[in-house]
Write a protein that binds this ligand. Sequence first.
Ligand SMILES: *Cc1c(COP(=O)(O)O)cnc(C)c1O
Length: 422
Amino acid sequence: MKTNELIEQSSKYLCNTYNRYPIVFSKGKGCKLWDVEGKEYLDFVAGLAVVNLGHCHPNVVNAIKEQAERLIHVSNYYHNEPMIELARLLCENSFAEKVFFCNSGAEANEAAIKLARKYAKENLGPEKFEIITMLKSFHGRTMATITATGQERFHKGFEPLLEGFKYVPYNDLEAVKNAISEKTCAIMLEPIQGEGGVNIPSKEYVQGLRRLCDEKGTLLIFDEVQTGIGRTGKLFAYEHFGIEPDIMTLAKGLANGVPIGAMLTKDKFAGTFVPGAHASTFGGNPLAAAAAIAVLQTFNREGAVKKEIKEVCPSCISTVRNIQKEDILRNCNIVGGYLINRLKELKTGFDFIKDVRGMGLLIGMELTFDAGDIVKKCMERGILINYTNGNILRFIPPLIVTEDEVDILINTLSDIFMGIRK
Ligand SMILES: *Cc1c(COP(=O)(O)O)cnc(C)c1O
């Protein structure tokens, strides 16, 4: 079917929840995508910071193929090998000691919220249920996670929201100090706000939050759904700040496009999730777990994944033996630095560019006007970029992107900016 027919069918049969661009994609490889007409695109969206290793990375494709032929699903009444292996890898490469698996970022945050509330109720007092979150945050689209999200536009029409959430400005320690009370059980934030406009907090702020939580017996929850799995140049963004959260959530980049979510925490807090307390039918699904194992194993040891894989997972071993390691973090830092410098160069030439900021390959460019047109113009020229909060262009390519590919983006942007300079 041709694009037009497909789009007609799409609007006939799908809920109209997205303002989709009129492209139907059918193939991807590395940083490239092809639509059904065969037109090629350079992808600086990466499925919204999901395909961190690039489209159809052979390690992930092989892991999925092998696992699909062996076992796709069993119930959580039983164990399965990839789930155990993935949990071990995540714990051995982070602050965490326990993992709960689910299927999306919102669900991982839902688990974090439930764990924090139950832990506080059982250990800190029955009145401790309030969670402080940040303005301009984004935590997902379930009822609890839209409530946690500090942006009214996500709340509209769905009220009444969940009780017990309080919003404060991001990167403002005083505001948190003033908001914290006897009722507070947790502070929840993204270590870098993605959807809210690529907002980067100071090290002092994040360390201040950690100290405040320690003093008050409050849990610190990091939503690393977007920042996790190498996106900011470290395996997890909390590593930039010299502190550890009590709970961390992951999803987007974890299985390079296969749906998965994870809530990671310490034994101390995990103990509150007793049998029956929380569950997910698909959580820890062997197919998704096998893909995520392949993702973590692809990161070069020097960069991130420190521990050798053990023989606990014979079904994973065959996959792992064939894994081609790559310096994902190194490339992310080098090319991320290059991209941010080239964007800053552009800024000196166009006064409608207000700011360029980012970490690793999570980079934003703030304009003085709505960025929607720029995104469309790039798309017409075969480059996919994204914008958020109206006027902020967001660059979140696969972490394997090259400097040559960055040059193509910069030349195109420069050309488009020339055309709109008044
Ligand atoms: C994308 C995102 C979510 C929501 O993830 P879903 O998988 O869409 O539920 C939550 N938090 C952050 C920081 C995100 O970027």
